[in-house]
Ligand binder design. Structure first.
Ligand SMILES: [Mn+2]
Length: 372
């Protein structure tokens, strides 16, 4: 298991790379989509939040795909700082919205995704995280209900009252000039059909390019959000995604917090099951209290997930990918994002050190696995 840090687009600077190393990371996962672009309710020192029904921001330039030259330059800058670029997280809605929507530009947008995958392969970036979702990460509220009054994110009930407006996909605005109106609802089967077509189109290209595709589950994991179906909103639905197109390249960006919010199954079992199958490309780690549609994100050392048990299972199943902190509540100081990340990384590194200590490991493993 390796420990990394996820960096948003505006954080792709030497200062943030140095921070990652100082906090004990060997790897970084980068976001090239600028979620915060013109977002009115989306402060940059937090995870992208938006409002319950307010999108994050405006998507990127549909004509500008990430080039081999810029990807190679990014990789070099990260390596010059002493880190490894483990993955790119998320596609820009501007590049592939008609794959999600099954719209008229789908053929072109599938080619966009293939080009991005080939470019990543050429630049030596081994994993692409993605989220096959129409409504995206939405429907959440930010409150000061975290420990010590920390600002944190969660749900206070379902979010189906306001449908997705036209011109918005995956909680970002891809067409600011879209006609008024809302996106018609589709069925769960139709969404699975779109995912299957997507995987069948791009997995062969990804295999050739040696880039793993890693699917994030639906966050928040409700059956529907804003009137649109969700794909992976119970732990077993990840298996359906894997079985659609069986390949080591068809893999998971397993989000522990999201799975813990699901109403069925058990997050510890899910981590055990999918890591034993070698299907996890990388892991988002965060803790949580409650289940959808009523939950709150918490600090790593509280909440309903037994993090020691999760990390022990990953270690026992010889998980060789990267674990990154997902989101954290905002700590009261001048650098709330940094403080939350450093706190989470310290916790992860302590457990990792314990598991890897030759004298400690057998006792810890026995103790934590016998707990259940
Ligand atoms: Mn996540």
């Amino acid at each position: 298991m390796k420990v990394g840090l996820g960096l948003y687009r505006h954080m792709l600077t030497r200062e943030y790379y140095d921070f990652a190393r100082q906090a004990g990371c060997t790897h970084v996962v980068v976001h090239l989509v600028d979620y915060f672009n013109q977002g009115s309710s989306n402060p940059r020192h937090n995870q992208p939040t938006g409002g319950k029904y307010q999108p994050w921001g405006v998507a990127g330039d549909p004509e500008k795909l990430w080039t081999v030259a810029e990807l190679k330059k990014l990789r070099k800058e990260i390596e010059d700082a002493g880190l490894v670029l483990a993955a790119i997280e998320n596609l820009d809605p501007a590049h592939w919205h008609d794959v999600l929507l099954d719209g008229p530009r789908r053929p072109r947008h599938i080619e966009n995704v293939k080009t991005i995958i080939r470019n990543m392969g050429e630049a030596g970036i081994p994993v692409l995280g993605y989220n096959f979702s129409l409504a995206g990460v939405c429907g959440r509220v930010t409150t000061s209900s975290g420990r010590g009054g920390a600002l944190t994110v969660g749900m206070d009930g379902p979010a189906d009252e306001q449908p997705v407006p036209k011109g918005v996909i995956w909680n970002m605005i891809y067409d600011p000039n879209a006609a008024p109106g809302t996106l018609p609802s589709i069925s769960h089967n139709e969404l699975w059909r779109r995912l299957q077509r997507f995987l069948e189109d791009v997995i062969p290209v990804a295999e050739q390019a040696d880039v793993r595709l890693a699917a994030h589950p639906d966050d928040p994991p409700m059956p529907t959000m804003r009137g649109q179906p969700r794909l992976v909103y119970q732990p077993h639905m990840y298996q359906r995604l894997l079985d659609l197109v069986p390949s080591p390249t068809n893999a998971l960006e397993l989000c522990v917090g999201t799975i813990a919010e699901m109403t069925e199954g058990d997050v510890h079992e899910a981590v055990d099951r999918y890591s034993a199958q070698r299907k996890i490309a990388y892991i988002h780690l965060r803790n949580v209290v409650g289940k959808v549609p009523h939950y709150r994100e918490t600090f790593i050392d509280e909440g309903q997930v037994d993090m020691v048990r999760i990390l022990t299972m990953l270690n026992r199943n010889h998980f060789e990918g990267v674990v990154i902190p997902d989101h954290t509540p905002q700590m009261s100081c001048a650098a709330p994002w940094h403080a939350g990340m450093a706190h989470t990384l310290g916790f992860i590194l302590a457990v990792k050190a314990m598991l890897e200590s030759p004298k400690m490991a057998p006792d810890v493993v026995t103790e934590t696995t016998s707990r259940g």
